[in-house]
Design a protein around this ligand. Structure first.
Ligand code: NI
Length: 454
């Protein structure tokens, strides 16, 4: 075996254990009284000692926290780093200038979590020295090493909140020098963009590259107070994980966020507006579209068919809740110019009532006649039902081509401010195209609004 363990002089005697057990009992009493325990367990230091032929190349230290599960993982981490370095220097072991130094700090030692930062410095005669931080967070109760998502009871909810925080904070933060396209990318933040994290008594620090700046900049550290994301944290991770502050953070943080920033609408002041409209639905594809619109803080208009309002009442309610416009597209999609006045009234009026019922009172203000077919009687009946007729400027023929790339290319080559784009949310290809064009239109400076806000 390559490694043996040399215990630090702070190795505990049976007497010390007696004090610790007593201390644990006392600590429990103090916690119950709301008093912070006066250091129940003290970490001690261990050093990996290698075989003589490699020992001069290593100064590898790791903590012993006296929590069995966690200690095994910390030792395994130190051994893994050591083995990797040993293999790297192979036959150059005789030169003590090839050296791995592994040190650590424990910036948080709480009742719920423990955060350990290892700093590895690799010095090699033929290379520049490299210093790397490794951040490990453990759950005290289970001893499990935590992934970032493990902290939350709603990972999709926390994705949205973190995207919002990063967008609202960084889009106004001049220090980051982000282009408007990079700012829009912040809204596309995923939990997998968190490369590393630490948990503290009352905050969480993320290490991420918030605008895909990988080629230009290293990760930024963003400290977010737990109070800001508290409803999303699991019950086992509270707002105030009391414990001992053992060491300062080795690097500090780049940005500190103590409250939710104000929410900004992308391109609100650009003066360039587009209205995306979706006819003939809703359908099973509509929720994905609503997700994308929510992610990019954009609005759209849905010209729904009356007979689909009740079956898809949940989708309609979500549209209203998230600020979209619902329009009237008749009950069964007839060519209204072929109907008599009574039949037109029925197609339009029944749809108004079905939408009102499904949404709990939302009343459409605009009508899109199927096929765009309009005559004097249709205009008159729309006016009688207090509906404004809305057509479109850009028609990619999505119902016919059913190819998301072609639909996407048609729209992107035709867009201009003030236009109304016609799509159908009953085809997967149309919804896929829409999900792609939403961030692209935002990056071109357009604000996506409802037809009534155009
Ligand atoms: Ni239609």
């Amino acid at each position: 075996m390559l490694h043996t363990l040399r215990r630090h002089p702070r190795e505990w005697s049976p007497t010390a254990w007696f004090i610790v057990v007593g201390g644990l009992l006392l600590g429990g009493v103090l916690v119950a009284l709301g008093v912070q325990p006066p250091g129940v367990l003290s970490p001690s230091n261990a050093q990996l000692v290698a075989e003589p032929d490699i020992s001069q190349n290593l100064d590898v230290n790791y903590p012993i926290l006296h929590i069995e599960n966690i200690d095994a993982q910390l030792k395994a981490f130190a051994e893994k780093q050591t083995d990797k370095f040993t293999r790297t220097i192979k036959d150059k072991r005789s030169d003590p200038r090839n050296k791995l130094t592994l040190s650590y700090t424990i910036p948080h030692f709480g009742e719920e979590t423990i955060s350990v930062v290892f700093t590895a410095t690799k010095e090699m005669i033929d290379k520049k020295p490299v210093m790397t931080h490794y951040r490990l967070v453990f759950d005290v109760a289970s001893g499990k090493k935590l992934a970032f998502g493990d902290l939350f009871n709603d990972t999709n909810g926390v994705r949205q909140v973190l995207a919002d925080i990063l967008y609202d904070y960084f889009s106004v933060n001049q220090e980051m020098h982000l282009s408007s396209a990079q700012q829009i990318d912040l809204l596309n933040f995923e939990l997998s963009d968190v490369r590393d994290f630490l948990v503290y008594e009352d905050s969480i620090v993320l290490y991420c590259n918030p605008a895909n700046l990988a080629k230009k900049a290293a990760s930024k550290s963003v400290q977010i107070q737990k109070t800001v994301i508290h409803p999303l944290l699991k019950d086992s991770y509270s707002q105030n994980d009391v414990g001992r502050k053992l060491d300062a953070l080795p690097e500090g943080v780049d940005f500190a966020i103590a409250a939710l920033p104000a929410r900004h609408t992308p391109n609100a002041n650009s003066g360039k507006k587009i209205a995306l409209t979706f006819d003939d639905g809703p359908s099973e594809y509509t929720p994905q579209l609503l997700d994308a619109l929510a992610r990019y803080r954009s609005k759209a208009t849905f010209y729904v068919l009356g007979h689909l309002a009740q079956p898809y009442a949940g989708h309609l309610q979500r549209m209203v809740k998230e600020g979209h416009e619902i329009g009237n597209h008749t009950w069964l999609h007839p060519n209204l110019t072929l109907l008599n006045g009574e039949q037109i009234d029925q197609q339009v009026g029944d749809t108004q009532r079905a939408i009102q019922q499904a949404t709990g009172g939302y009343t459409p203000r605009t009508l899109r006649p199927p096929y765009g077919a309009v005559d004097a009687e249709v205009v008159e009946k729309a006016r009688a039902n207090e509906l404004e007729i809305v057509m479109w400027n850009v028609d990619p023929n999505d119902w016919q081509v059913k190819d998301s790339q072609t639909i996407h290319d048609h729209i992107m080559s035709a867009v201009a401010s003030g236009q109304v784009i016609l799509l159908h949310d009953i085809y997967g290809s149309s919804v896929d195209a829409a999900i792609r064009i939403i961030p692209e239109l935002l990056k071109q400076g357009y604000q996506l609004v409802t037809v009534s806000d155009l």
